[in-house]
Design a protein. Structure first.
Length: 173
């Protein structure tokens, strides 16, 4: 009986370690291809982001830390919106329809691009376990940073990502 309990205990510890190790997409990984939708239901493709530095943010309207960081995302967007080498992709994981998300964005006068993960496919693909979760991806498509929780994105030093991209363009000429 003791052997059986010991074997079961070891088995359960092994299961816990396997499930605990599934932490999602990490720093150093290549950004996988994925489809996402704008608030009007239009299909978008991550392939259209190739060659750009990207801030990929998963959030929800009901999430206090997400709401806390939204003004700084807006500041970051306003600072870089004319730069074609940088994109913000803010994906709401709210359940239901995108109407609630669109109303939230409108009420708060946010202008950065917002997308919708209605069926949770992206959240599952990226193994999002808490929100906000944000990935910073360089122009080669490599994840160079992953943040869990609210950040002050107005202080993000994205310049180095953009400058590196522009320098490479100059080298290609």
């Amino acid at each position: 009986m003791k052997k059986l309990i010991l074997i079961l205990t070891i088995f359960m510890i092994g299961l816990f370690q396997v499930s605990y190790s599934k932490t999602g997409i990490q720093i150093g990984n290549k950004l996988p291809n994925f489809e996402y939708y704008n608030l009007m239901g239009g299909k978008m493709d991550s392939k259209d982001l190739e060659g750009k530095a990207i801030m990929l943010n998963f959030w929800a309207t009901w999430c206090p830390p997400c709401r806390q960081e939204m003004p700084s995302i807006e500041k970051l967007y306003k600072k870089y919106k004319k730069n074609s080498n940088f994109e913000i992709v803010a994906i709401s994981v709210d359940q239901g329809t995108s109407i609630k998300v669109a109303n939230f964005i409108k009420e708060n006068k946010y202008t950065f691009p917002v997308y919708f993960d209605e069926k949770g496919k992206l959240g599952r693909k990226f193994l999002i376990r808490s929100i906000p979760t944000t990935f910073i991806i360089n122009s080669e498509g490599i994840i160079i940073d992953k943040k869990l929780g609210a950040e002050d994105w107005s202080k993000l030093k994205i310049e180095s990502l953009i400058i590196n991209k522009e320098a490479k363009k100059g080298d290609e000429k």
